[in-house]
Ligand binder design. Structure first.
Ligand code: PLP
Length: 431
């Protein structure tokens, strides 16, 4: 498979050799690397990526799952073009920030007030700080396999083994303040938090980097009650699930309302964004007109609420607001999970397909995948082979990460995913 990929991607290889000398690891984000080297995209339209060698890929990675309308959707491009003429970055107040905040408040059950950032990482960082401000507590908790970006306090317990530091440069002081909890196991969470006073518990309604594992509804409900009993704020990191599982994100999908919600990806319509929102009494702790130093919780940034991201976000939400697209994509997602399971089963390859709504993830394992531990026990080599087999044949996603659907995916695109998967499954059985 390596040889076939290499012979199709010669120009990419040259670009990669050059990039390796300039960017550590040759990439701008380690997860974008795969062996033998990543292909180099020159154009993206609809459901497709095109690389420098002229190869076409049906894209299920969708810019880290951000592009629910596909690449360069005409309505978003048009709106952004118009905005470009009026200014790229004001650094002042402008109406678009209130307009997008208004939409978030309308759609997201937990949102009464909003602040914008440039990334999900930043939004999680400020949300964590806000939870500490509001509760007056220092410690926080997150889940095994939970990915909330590279902010020190949350950059722990992401990959198995969960007790190995995720990065050098994290201080013991920071890490000691973060408790790592087992996912989908309420009893053990209750035990672990029994004698703790934590400011917040942050959870992804569906683990993203942790393997596309949905939280169980009863688990989320129990977690909500536990947080209420302990005076702890519940934070939903909906950077992936926001505007994807439902217009109101995972909280609408599960019927469980957190205190603070973190958003990103889809909200930016293909441009950099993050946001955090929640109840007024909590969000008001950011208000420097109400609270003096050191009682307010700082948030800000040069590009916060930049007009291009606001415009693209508004144009994107316009396409989602009647709920029809999300509901259609959720149905296709369910069908994909079912079909992929059947395709592997037909060839006696042990696979569990996880995900929810329009997200799907493939694990080469016999066991139920209910947490990131089970996901980590799956056969990684087979997953990497499956990935390279699909990429070589024009279907793209990143191994271990969620595949996602967009409005731009056609029946033929989905059919291609199935036929290439069937090809791999047959090959897998034969070896
Ligand atoms: C659930 C979740 N939270 C936070 C982040 C971090 O967002 P960003 O990459 O925009 O900083 C990500 C990114 O993949 C994510 O999936």
């Amino acid at each position: 498979m390596f040889n076939s990929y290499i012979s199709k991607t010669r120009k990419s290889r040259v670009l990669y050799e050059k990039a390796k000398k300039l960017l550590p690891g040759g990439v701008s984000y380690a997860i974008r690397h795969f062996e033998p080297y990543p292909f180099y995209t020159v154009e993206a339209k609809g459901s497709k990526l095109y690389d420098v060698d002229g190869n076409e890929y049906v894209d299920f990675w969708l810019g880290h799952t951000a592009l629910i309308l596909g690449h360069s959707p005409p309505t978003v491009v048009e709106a952004v073009k118009n905005q470009l003429e009026k200014g790229t970055h004001y650094g002042t107040s402008h109406e678009l920030e209130a307009k997008l905040a208004e939409k978030i408040v309308k759609f997201v059950p937990s949102a009464e007030m909003v602040r914008f950032t440039n990334s999900g990482t930043e939004a999680n960082m400020y949300a964590t700080r806000l939870s500490r401000t509001f509760t007056g507590r220092s410690r926080i908790a997150k889940f095994e396999g939970g990915w909330h970006g590279g902010y020190d306090a949350l950059h722990t317990g992401v990959r198995y083994p969960f007790d190995v530091r995720e990065s050098a440069g994290l201080t013991s002081g920071v890490l000691q303040d973060t408790i790592i909890l087992p996912f989908n196991d309420l009893e053990r969470v209750r035990e672990r938090l029994m004698n703790e006073e934590v400011a917040s518990v942050v959870i992804e309604p569906v683990l993203g980097a942790g393997g596309g594992v949905p939280a169980e509804k009863e688990f989320l409900k129990g977690l909500r009650e536990l947080c209420d009993d302990n005076g702890t704020l519940l934070i939903f990191d909906e950077v992936i699930t926001g505007f994807r599982l439902a217009l109101g994100g995972g909280q609408e999908y599960y019927g469980v309302t957190p205190d603070i919600t973190v958003l990103g990806k889809i909200l930016g319509g293909g441009f950099p964004i993050g946001a955090f929102c929640g109840r007024k009494e909590i969000m008001k702790r950011i208000d420097t007109l109400l609270y003096e130093r050191p009682h307010y919780s700082f948030h800000g940034g040069t590009f916060a609420a930049n007009p291009i991201s606001m415009t693209a976000g508004l144009a994107t939400l316009k396409n989602l607001e009647d709920g029809q697209l999300i509901s259609r994509l959720n149905n296709v997602g369910a069908e994909i999970r079912k079909q992929l399971t059947e395709i592997f089963k037909a060839e006696d390859v042990d696979v569990k397909v996880t995900g929810a709504g329009s997200l799907f993830n493939t694990h080469f394992t016999k066991e139920e995948v209910k947490d990131a531990r089970a996901a980590s026990r799956a056969d990684k080599k087979k997953l990497v082979d499956y990935h390279l087999s699909l990429v070589t044949n024009g279907v793209f996603f990143l191994p271990t990460h969620n595949g996602a659907l967009s409005a731009a995916h056609s029946e033929d695109d989905i059919e291609k995913l199935f036929s290439e998967t069937a090809k791999y499954a047959r090959q897998c059985k034969a070896t």
